[in-house]
Design a protein around this ligand. Structure first.
Ligand code: PXP
Length: 238
């Protein structure tokens, strides 16, 4: 199991004081040094954490894989063309939300997404869609011609251990199995932390986890290298 570390919330702390620190670029480098397989950041329309400058410097220094999460807008497409991240992850975005609230509704946006995805792929950038573990949505992901999806683990992560959480986990498993049958590469993420990550890491079709908030929070206590290493030690068992 691979780990991609999302560095957005190092920038959130920086922006809380409109300061120069902590530096998300340094966080990315230290995360790579600690064994992360990729770095993720989300350039939001409102630029609340990651800025274009961060993205440019990350592109220069990240040696593993840079994954740019973005909304499927013309503004973001232009930025992706100029930065050329290794992966563009398409996510839904609402200005009022605290964090991404759900997967992209590929079913309702198929007409818009098909040429959008094609343009990005033509520029030599791999495209991923952040999608709920919903079989109908997954079938459309295959139809709009992406080869990679990220399953949204947010619903599972928000639930306390118990029957409902087991059901949410079963949905993720089913979605992973179907995606695998369709030949899709499967990543997963959102809300995963040191306590809830194991059952998701144990799903064999899922090859990479994208984790941000819990690693940033743990970094505040033990430093980023230790926080990343602890997460890798947990998920590596699978
Ligand atoms: N994957 C996607 C598509 C996301 O939008 C986010 C949050 O930015 C994450 C994964 C990471 O979620 P968390 O910060 O809760 O680990």
């Amino acid at each position: 199991m691979k780990l991609a570390v999302n560095v957005d919330h190092f920038a959130t702390i920086r922006e809380a004081r409109h300061s120069h620190e902590p530096e998300p670029i340094l966080a990315a480098l230290l995360a790579e040094q600690a064994g992360a397989d990729g770095i993720v950041c989300h350039l939001r329309g409102d630029r609340r954490h990651i800025k274009e400058r961060d993205l440019k410097v990350l592109r220069e220094v990240v040696k593993t894989k840079l994954n740019l999460e973005m909304a499927a807008t013309e503004e973001m497409k232009k930025i992706a063309f100029s930065i050329k991240p290794d992966i563009v992850s398409l996510v839904p975005e609402r200005e009022e939300e605290l964090t991404t609230e759900g997967g992209l509704d590929v079913l309702s946006n198929e007409k818009h997404l098909t040429p959008f995805i094609w343009d990005i792929k033509k520029a030599g950038i791999k495209v991923s869609i952040f999608v709920d573990p919903d079989l109908k949505q997954i079938e459309v992901c295959h139809k709009v011609d992406v080869t990679l999806i990220e399953l949204n683990t947010g619903k599972y992560a928000d639930l306390k251990p118990g029957k409902e959480r087991q059901e949410a986990l079963a949905e993720i498993k089913k979605a992973a199995e179907r995606s695998h049958e369709l030949g899709l590469e499967i990543h997963a993420g959102h809300g995963l932390d040191y306590k809830n990550v194991l059952p998701v890491a144990a799903i064999p079709e899922i090859k990479e986890l994208s984790i941000g908030f819990s690693i940033v929070a743990r970094s505040a206590m033990v430093g980023i290298e230790k926080a990343v290493k602890e997460m890798i030690a947990l998920i590596e068992k699978y």
